[in-house]
Ligand binder design. Structure first.
Ligand code: HEM
Length: 477
């Protein structure tokens, strides 16, 4: 057992008074911490403001955290940005490992993202992908560029809103107070470095120095009001009709409510919906934007992917759920994108419930833990030519991206692993495969491939700093 005096923290750079190592993070902490890990090792300790932070940068250390000691390291530090309208008390991503979190995870596994629900919702996905392809086609008719991230973000919201509420929440000439902007604004606020998270002592006075909570409270209120209205309408419909004719997540959740579940009731549905919209939109859109960027940059990979699609499903057709298993090269492209451009580069930070011993060092109770999956994806003793985009490396490999292999962890692993994997691993190949099978793409304004800017921007998700804008040309079958 460790006492405070015997604690030996993992090695790390010397902290300055007050700010600790904050000055060493820079604008791209995934990169600066990967560099520091080369000096101090794959289990490194830092002080970020007041917060002791352990940074993990190798597959072996990730396994120690996410598997061996998962049971003590599964709680979260709660960012100030989500502490609005009590959202942190109902948000699955930040709840402690207690009864409500278990209930919500169970609902996700059994109702929302189960094999059965995912299979039943394949028609919705195909329809939303077709809507998206129609929008792209409009651009192709006038030779205008498409902003891939924007297009996928909108499609992801509508895909989720159809799975949850059976309607599009983003429509042209929006009637619901621009739902997309609300979600984007919340993501933006959550992605900011919040001073009160770094100096928790300030939380005692409920400081909101940067106004993050104030703004998020306004946006979240609007989202909750929209969800509440949809719930009220549905409850009324069920009363009038005596049954729910829709088969969507809302219908499942209301059934649970009527079964008098101890934990899940109607009042919690808007919180769950917001959690899903935040977790399941820009993760998908940034991954897709990176995948398309890499394909534009690597023409050989693009033509090999097109060939596979043409052979398996036929030129110019959208990809459907049942095609995915027959498209190994497309799947390898997605894995390679996860490896080089993980949407959540440090996973969602964990918190130690007690002191934990790893390799002769102690992770102290209450420390936060960042698993640098960006660094792990480029770990040179595991990956040959780590900076090269080469989907071929996955063709004869058993490495999957769903938490079994600690060298590739885009969705995390262990108890907190992303519950939306089953959906995300459908959305990504459906959209990516359809984009490249239905259109040829070129850069806007004659920009050369060599001049493409592949810089990233650190925020809540790891996005491209310069949005990919490309011009589609329809492929006819
Ligand atoms: C490319 C797509 C996605 C990526 C890369 C991704 C990645 C992640 C990661 C890294 C975590 C944290 C895991 C950990 O702490 O170990 C996470 C958590 C989560 N994700 Fe995803 N995700 C994606 C899509 C989705 C979708 C589509 C949904 C649902 C609609 C979703 C819902 C969630 C939720 C609710 C959590 C919190 C789980 C918890 O703390 O118990 N994600 N995701």
């Amino acid at each position: 057992k460790c006492t405070k005096n015997t604690i030996k923290l993992p090695p790390g750079p010397t902290p300055l008074p007050f700010i600790g190592n904050l000055h060493q993070l820079g604008k791209k902490p995934h990169k600066s911490l990967a560099k520091l890990a080369e000096i101090h090792g794959p289990l490194m300790s830092l002080k970020l403001g007041q917060v002791t932070t352990i940074v993990v940068s190798s597959p072996n250390m990730a396994k120690e955290i996410l598997q061996t000691h998962d049971h003590i390291l599964s709680n979260r530090t709660i960012p100030g940005a989500v502490k609005v309208h009590d959202h942190h008390k109902y948000n699955m991503a930040f709840l402690p490992i207690e009864t409500l979190w278990r209930e919500l995870r169970k609902i996700c596994n059994n109702e929302l993202f189960s094999n059965k629900t995912i299979e039943e919702s394949k028609g919705i996905r195909l329809q939303k992908v077709k809507d998206c392809l129609n929008d792209i086609n409009q651009n192709s008719l006038i030779n205008e560029a498409v902003c891939i991230e924007d297009m996928v973000f909108k499609t992801s919201i509508n895909l989720l809103s159809n799975m949850i509420f059976s309607l599009d929440l983003v429509q042209p000439g929006d009637s619901v107070g621009d739902f997309k902007e609300l979600i984007l604004n919340i993501l933006k606020e959550c992605g900011k470095r919040n001073v009160t998270d770094l100096f928790p002592a300030l939380n005692v006075f409920d400081f909101d120095l940067q106004g993050i909570k104030r703004r998020n409270a306004v946006y979240a209120r609007k989202v909750f009001d929209i969800c509440q209205r949809l719930i009220d309408e549905r409850v009324k419909l069920r009363e009038v009709q005596g049954l729910d004719t829709k088969s969507d997540m809302l219908s499942n959740l209301l059934n649970i409510d009527e079964d008098n579940s101890q934990e899940m009731n109607k009042a919690k549905i808007p919180h769950l919906a917001l959690t899903l919209f935040i977790a399941g939109t820009d993760t998908v859109s940034s991954t897709l934007e990176w995948a398309m960027s890499e394909l534009i940059k690597n023409e050989k990979v693009m033509s090999k992917a097109k060939q596979e699609l043409e052979q398996i499903i036929g030129k110019g057709k959208p990809v459907e759920d049942s095609d995915i298993a027959k498209l190994p090269y497309l799947q390898a492209i997605i894995k390679e994108t996860f490896r080089l451009h993980p949407a959540v580069p440090f996973l969602v930070p964990r918190k130690a419930d007690a002191n934990v011993e790893i390799g002769g060092y102690t992770i102290p109770k209450d420390a936060q833990i960042w698993v640098n999956v960006w660094a792990i994806g480029r770990y040179s003793s595991v990956w040959e030519n780590p900076n090269l985009f080469s989907p071929e490396r996955f063709l004869d490999s058993k490495i999957d991206a769903i938490g079994h292999n600690f060298e590739l962890l885009p969705f995390g692993s262990g108890r907190r692993i992303c519950p939306g994997i089953s959906l995300a691993t459908k959305m990504l190949p459906l959209m990516l495969g359809s984009f490249i099978n239905c259109f040829n793409w070129k850069l806007e304004d004659g920009t050369k491939v060599e001049d493409m800017n592949m810089d990233d921007k650190f925020g809540l998700s790891l996005e491209k700093s310069q949005k990919l804008r490309i011009v589609p040309e329809k492929v006819y079958n």
